[in-house]
Structure formats: C-alpha cells, structure tokens
Write a protein that binds this ligand. Structure first.
Ligand code: FE2
Length: 262
C-alpha cells in the first residue's frame, strides 16, 4: 500500500510561483510550512483529493493531522500576525464597500463571511466580548449613510426567544462565545396579520467563529446559555421599523417593541 502523503500534488499558476519564491527566501522553512498548512486545509475541505484515493476517511484524517501539526510548529512572527489580523475598523470598511456595491443577498453573504473572519480575531473578542465586558446591548457602529448597525450582545443569563422576524431588514448573527441554537420557521398559513401557524424548517447551533444570516422576511428564534455573547449586524436600526413576534402556543402575532434585543 503506498504511503499516505508520499506524493506532492502539483501546484498550479500563482500558487506554484508563490511556493517557489517562498522556498528561495530567507524564511523558507517557515513560509513553506504555512503554505503547506493552507494547502492541507483546502484538501481537507475537498476530501476527494487524489492523494487520499484508496484510504478510508479515518486514516486520511490522521495523516492530515500529523502533517498539520508539523506545519503549525512553524511559528508566525509578530509582524506576520499584525499583517494578518483583522480589526473592527477593517470590518466596517469592508461592510461599507460590499453593501455599496451589492446591498442584496449576495452582498450580505459577503458581510457574513467577513464577520466570521472578525470573530476569529482573539483581540476583537477579548476587547468587546470578554467575561468582564459590561452586560447588555452595545452599538459598536452605525453607518450614517447606509444605515447598517453592528451590535455586541453581551448576555448574562440564558434566554430562549420567541420566533420573530426583522421587519424589512436582514440580520446576521455571529457567535463570539459559547453557542446559540437557531431555529428557522416558515408560516403554514395565508399570512394573517393576527394569527399564524409556524413550522420549523431548519435547526442548527452557531458555535464561536460562525455566523448565520437571515434575509428579508425570515422568521427565526434563538436559544443560548448563560454568558453567551454574539455580534449582530443588521441592515438598519431595528428599533425604527415594524417587526413581529409569534406566540407558538396560541399562534398570535404581536408587534415587537423597540429595544427588544433579538
Ligand atoms: Fe433575530
């Protein structure tokens, strides 16, 4: 049986050129290690890579883990970490550029991926979502031109919200600490203003570093434990628009009041 990872797959185009330059530079070992780590991660996402042909998933995963440990053992320098870091200011700038170019669902999806990048920044999470952060809802940014908001929800106690919508807006929830269980709902009635029949259509758990998006009109509910913190990006200030929540027991539809956090 051939050795796992014995043969390197060919790199193409820019990647090949970049790898060659890295191999010749002063930090060749370290850079090559990181290049290799990035490559391995991509292959993990695309499990069908030829290098794993003939191997079961468990063995391939073990081989990958060994290679990743080796690649990770090459430390990043301070300047490299600074160059790679992503700040709230950069996130705001990206949101502005993206939403100006495409305020629709595709642009919002780009914002969601940027939020996930921000939530992987330990400095950001430590500054805004640390255990000692003041409890409550904090507006981190409101765009004076486009109207979107970035909010930190620093929760103390566990909470399960009723199903609700975001009115004419959209919302992106990005988990910073602990987790949030999400349920998306659909109406099984004719859209009556006073009564609704809801059915759950999607359930998942948002873990730290992950973000979920709720486009216009989506109904969802959230359920999180003590001390869960998340960052929410909304298309506008939700306190200024009409929104509804649903009573699952009675089916009644109620207007939401300003400052109702979810
Ligand atoms: Fe919500």
């Amino acid at each position: 049986m051939p050795e796992v990872l014995a043969q390197e797959p060919a790199l193409g185009g820019d990647a090949a050129s970049r790898f060659k330059q890295a191999q010749a530079g002063p930090n060749a070992d370290r850079i090559a290690g990181k290049d290799r780590l990035a490559q391995l991660l991509l292959e993990l996402l695309h499990y069908g890579h030829p290098r794993f042909r003939g191997y079961d998933r468990a063995r391939a995963a073990l081989a990958l883990a060994a290679q990743m440990r080796q690649a990770c053992s090459q430390p990043f320098s301070l300047s490299e970490r600074i160059a790679m870091s992503y700040s709230l200011d950069q996130f705001v700038s990206d949101c502005r550029a993206i939403l100006k170019r495409d305020p629709g669902p595709h642009g919002r999806e780009e914002v969601r991926t940027r939020l996930e990048r921000l939530l992987h920044e330990r400095d950001f999470v430590d500054q805004y979502c640390a255990p000692q952060a003041p409890r409550g809802l904090k507006v981190l940014y409101e765009d004076p031109e486009l109207g979107f908001q970035i909010l930190a929800h620093i929760n103390d106690k566990a909470r399960m919200s009723p199903p609700h919508d975001h009115g004419a807006s959209w919302a992106i929830y990005g988990q910073a600490t602990h987790y949030t269980d999400m349920i998306e709902w659909e109406r099984g009635d004719n859209g009556d203003a006073g009564k609704a029949k809801l059915k759950p259509v999607k359930k998942y758990r948002l873990m730290p570093g992950h973000a979920g998006i709720y486009q216009d009109g989506t109904i969802h509910s959230i359920d999180y434990p003590d001390s869960a913190r998340f960052i929410r990006v909304t298309g506008t200030n939700l306190d200024n628009i009409q929104r509804v929540r649903f009573d699952l027991a009675t089916g009644e539809v109620h207007q939401m009041h300003p400052q109702q956090a979810t």
